[in-house]
Design a protein around this ligand. Structure first.
Ligand SMILES: *[C@@H]1O[C@H](CO)[C@@H](O)[C@H](O)[C@H]1NC(C)=O
Ligand SMILES: *[C@@H]1O[C@H](CO)[C@@H](O)[C@H](O)[C@H]1NC(C)=O
Ligand SMILES: [Zn+2]
Length: 608
């Protein structure tokens, strides 16, 4: 423990023990202690039922899961009722105050039993429809294929616009409209729960997790801040695509047809080989992974090795026994969308991922293992504090590590690259690869929840839902569907997180935070100095740095026991979300793009 910490700790201790706790406060303390133990056991039970269902989508598992979730909700509701008699704002003990506040803000569990079952059923049906979509293969229509791996791979690899358009339409038709009715049912019930918890609507329930009434405004400001960089990247990529596909497929001044961007949702652009400006000797990492006989297990072992190298925890042995790291080949249906799980007792933590041997999947492994590290670092806390400082923190941990992993320096260290090219051409290629991965995601994730806020707020209705969705995607991201979509279609649920009721702003926040974390840990690792071309953020690898690891560990071990600004301060010294670290990382790319776009006479922006 460093001395600054010790002093704060003593100060708090004295401050809190000087004032005599009221009777009420002592009573609440008693209930809260009791609840913690019981809650852990119950969480184990509910998470087990969810896991059994998500990894094996049968009607029986769905029924069992629904029953167990309802039992848990009833329990949580009971706890909240017991604690509702206290005015926690008057409590002296800040930790207790926060615990009671969290325990009485219970979301959907506040609903009546019927409503609770209805919202669960609606989400469960959407999730299951999404997971089971099968479409006829492009080449052989008698064969059926799924999102993972076939459609995902087609988007990443195919350069045939007809094939991409075909899969785009089949996928959105399959996972979209069939979920519309349930989506609006879920929205209505979520708003009802929000009202019962004292919020205006479901948007406020989600925003409340960021514990700052100005948070939505801060996010708007960050979008404005990154817009000039994004527009340069967008203009450059569109120009290259127009050169490749010709003017009949890509118009040089309009929104980019999204099916050409390498990803079903065009959220990250997986088309490096089409847009990299320079031909270099740098090998393609996907083929290196295959050539080196990488397996899913080897990918997970590499990731664990990175975390332990900076002093974080190894995976417990049960992790290796119980995780599912490959798509099972026994005919069962499963939710392939990668996820990390905390079973709350016995250090039981697991990942479920249909891992593919690609660099994208390799980075996802680090992302998921970042969640597991968070679970392990905060497992000494009471269950309600076992969460990210805000939802974005949880999503940023593994991505921060992946920023180091993706540097040529690191790939050379672990034998994925034979040599590191330090010339300017390789550096610009590398930054552009990162640029198309990180920057398009900002308008994508921003719109994804801004849109759902408007649904919760009632400005988006069942009648205008689809055209408004695409209007927003176009306005902020400059992308458009391959064919005209109308309000007879419904496309938002063709993305997992809309079908599965997962708040999405967390990813936007994480994409900003990860650069703040990266910068702070790179400074601690002695790997970054501003304006030193030998020590740039894009080239920083925190591998084996205990100094960086210690700071990350300190932040993780706080869980959600303090407001996120405090947790952020522990690692970065800042208390605000701030896009400057991201802009610093990409500064050389921004300069290069401006010059290049002028040279190419590339159009910037998109006309309607
Ligand atoms: C899937 O769940 C069913 C129960 O619905 C069970 O009989 C079956 O053994 C499970 N399959 C696997 C592979 O766990
Ligand atoms: C404040 O409450 C927390 C949570 O119940 C408890 O662990 C801690 O001991 C309390 N602090 C004091 C000084 O009583
Ligand atoms: Zn995640």
């Amino acid at each position: 423990m460093n001395s600054k910490f010790l002093i704060i700790f003593i100060f708090f201790y004295i401050q809190e023990s000087l004032s005599l706790a009221s009777d009420d406060e002592m009573q609440a303390q008693f209930i809260v202690n009791d609840v913690s133990e019981e809650m852990k056991l119950r969480m184990f039970k509910t998470n087990t039922a969810s896991w059994n269902h998500a990894s094996n989508l049968t009607d029986e598992n769905e029924r069992i899961n629904a029953k167990v979730q309802a039992e848990y909700a009833a329990y949580v509701k009971g706890v909240a009722q017991d604690l509702a008699v206290f005015d926690y704002n008057s409590f002296e003990n800040k930790t207790l105050k926060r615990l009671v506040k969290f325990l009485t803000n219970i979301g959907d569990a506040k609903l009546s039993e019927t409503d609770f079952n209805d919202i669960q059923d609606a989400v469960s049906r959407m999730q299951s429809t999404f997971a089971k979509v099968k479409v006829p293969e492009f080449k052989d229509r008698s064969k059926l294929v799924s999102l993972e791996p076939e459609i995902t791979e087609a988007f990443a690899k195919s350069r045939n616009p007809e094939e991409l358009k075909y899969y785009w339409i089949k996928w959105y038709d399959g996972a979209g409209l069939p979920n519309k009715k349930d989506f609006f049912k879920y929205v209505g019930l979520r708003n009802k729960a929000a009202n019962m918890n004292g919020f205006k609507n479901g948007a406020d329930t989600w925003l409340d997790e960021y514990e700052d009434p100005t948070f939505e405004k801060q996010i708007d400001d960050i979008m404005d801040q990154i817009k000039p960089l994004y527009m340069q990247l967008h203009g450059y990529v569109r120009h290259k695509l127009a050169e490749f596909y010709g003017p009949n497929v890509v118009d040089k001044t309009k929104a980019i047809p999204m099916h050409l961007l390498g990803n079903v949702w065009a959220q990250q652009w997986n088309i490096g080989n089409l847009v990299l400006p320079y031909k270099t000797e740098d090998p393609d990492i996907d083929s290196v992974l295959v050539k080196k006989n990488y397996t899913p297990l080897k990918m997970f072992q590499d990731s664990e090795q990175f975390f332990t190298s900076i002093g974080l925890s190894p995976m417990p042995s049960s992790f290796w026994e119980k995780s599912i790291i490959e798509k099972p080949n026994d005919g069962r249906e499963m939710v392939c969308h990668a996820s990390a799980w905390d079973f709350s007792i016995n250090n039981d933590v697991r990942i479920k991922q249909c891992t593919r041997i690609t660099f994208e999947s390799y980075k996802t492994v680090h992302h998921e293992m970042g969640h597991i590290e968070y679970y392990l670092q905060y497992n000494h806390l009471p269950p309600v504090f076992r969460a990210g400082a805000n939802p974005g923190f949880h999503e940023a941990v593994g991505d921060t590590i992946a920023l180091s992993v993706a540097t040529p320096k690191h790939m050379h260290r672990i034998g994925l690259l034979d040599e590191v090219n330090k010339d300017r051409k390789s550096q610009i290629n590398q930054l552009l690869k990162m640029g198309i991965e990180k920057l398009p995601f900002l308008p994508f994730s921003y719109v994804f929840d801004k849109y759902r806020y408007e649904v919760f707020r009632g400005t988006v209705t069942s009648e205008n839902a689809n055209t408004l969705f695409w209007d927003m995607r176009k306005k902020h991201g400059g992308v458009a569907p391959p064919i005209e979509r109308t309000n007879k279609d419904f496309d938002v649920t063709a993305k997992y997180h809309a079908s599965a009721d997962v708040e999405y702003l967390r990813y936007f926040v994480a994409f900003i935070l990860q650069f703040q974390f990266h910068k702070a840990s790179c400074i601690k690792a002695g790997e970054y100095e501003m304006n030193n071309p030998e020590k740039t953020l894009a080239d920083c690898d925190i591998y084996q740095s205990k100094e960086a690891g210690d700071a990350i560990k300190k932040m993780l071990s706080l869980g959600s026991s303090v407001p996120w600004n405090d947790a952020l301060e522990v690692i970065t010294g800042d208390r605000q979300l701030d896009a400057n670290a991201l802009l610093e990382y990409f500064a050389p790319l921004y300069e290069w793009l401006k010059e290049e776009n002028t040279k190419l006479n590339a159009h910037i922006g998109w006309d309607d």
